[in-house]
Design a binder for this molecule. Structure first.
Ligand SMILES: [Ca+2]
Length: 346
């Protein structure tokens, strides 16, 4: 194990402590307990775990190690949490296996909670659960209570779950034959509106890789097989957009280790609520009927996600959850070649 200057400082403090040692029992002092959290991620991702002090009868100095499987994980960074105590000296030896943590406080700290964080890069390529194991350094003397009493360190280990990368595929059906679809995956926690904003700005990094097949034309539709691989398993949202006044579509998906085939994903043009490739008075009529509570094309399929998307494609001006007369008017204006809200859509 790597030795450091810090060890000398620690030994000095421990020696002073031992000179002043007074009889103590665990019943009087209690154990110090440090726990490391668990995390999960896909190969190539970085995951961060938190080290917390969960039992603290009064710490003056602490030294412990965090062991990990270096075949599966590579430490990237580590940092002590600010505000835990008044630091006299701190050290993390990251380029050591196991990682060494040393921290001395100016005065006794009785706080519990987050103590430090460590970020690992996942290098393993297969599904696995790999342990993160905390251990006291040397004997119990490395954890000092009130600067004078040595106490045993109790540890609670964690794990890093390495998830097999997931894949999905679908057939995109749209109204233009250009190979210009944007396909991205987003965290399920983001709202559809946030995702559409990012689709336009392209600020988030895409972890999955996208493969696109050839485009074929049939019956006024252009279809293209699209696959994503190397995605993080779990719940997320798939977002698909295309220029040419197509309304961007966001779908919730749940990915696992096996490839998910979503079948056909239809993109509508903004305003083309009857999905006939033309935005005209027929669409305006359907919107007017919907706004009046009459039967219409809205809700005509059993695909709840598509019907929600059809509503989104209809609310070109109102922006609400269901279209109104203003939306119908804009469609009529666009259909008549007049200026309209459609001028905003690329
Ligand atoms: Ca139409």
């Amino acid at each position: 194990m790597k030795r450091s200057w810090f060890l000398l400082a620690f030994v000095a403090i421990a020696a002073v402590a031992l000179l002043l040692v007074r009889p103590f029992s665990l019943a009087e002092t209690g154990d110090v307990t440090v726990a490391v959290s668990s995390a999960s991620g896909a190969p190539g991702e970085e995951v961060t775990v938190t080290l917390s002090v969960t039992e603290n009868p009064g710490l003056r100095a602490i030294s412990f190690t965090l062991d990990y499987d270096s075949d599966l994980l590579t430490p990237v960074s580590a940092a002590y949490t600010d505000g835990f105590g008044d630091d006299y000296a701190t050290e993390v030896v990251l380029d050591n296996d196991p990682i060494i943590f040393n921290r001395i406080f100016r005065s006794t700290v009785t706080a519990t909670g987050a103590f430090a964080t460590v970020t690992f890069r996942i290098d393993g390529t297969a599904s696995a659960v790999t342990p993160l194991t905390l251990a006291s350094r040397g004997d119990a003397g490395w954890t000092l209570l009130d600067g004078v009493s040595a106490a045993p360190l109790t540890t609670e280990s964690g794990t890093v779950t390495i998830q097999a990368p997931a894949a999905l595929s679908f057939t995109l059906s749209a109204r233009s034959g250009d190979d210009d679809a944007t396909v991205r995956l987003y965290p399920a926690s983001l709202s559809d509106a946030e995702i559409r904003a990012d689709l336009a700005a392209g600020e988030r990094t895409l972890t999955a890789s996208v493969q696109k097949g050839a485009i074929t034309s049939s019956g006024g539709r252009f279809t293209q097989r699209i696959s994503l691989s190397g995605a993080l398993p779990g719940s997320c949202k798939l977002a698909v957009s295309k220029p040419g006044k197509h309304a961007p579509r966001v779908l919730p998906v749940t990915l696992s280790g096996s490839e998910l085939d979503l079948g056909e994903i239809v993109l509508l043009l903004y305003g083309d609520v009857n999905d006939d490739a033309t935005v005209n008075a027929k669409d305006a009529l359907q919107i007017s009927r919907c706004a009046a509570g009459k039967s219409s094309v809205f809700g005509s399929t059993s695909d709840a996600d598509f019907e929600s998307y059809r509503l989104f494609a209809a609310v070109v001006i109102s922006g609400g959850s269901s279209p109104n007369a203003k939306d119908a008017l804009q469609i009529s204006r666009y259909s008549a070649g007049k200026s309209s809200v459609f001028d905003r859509f690329s």
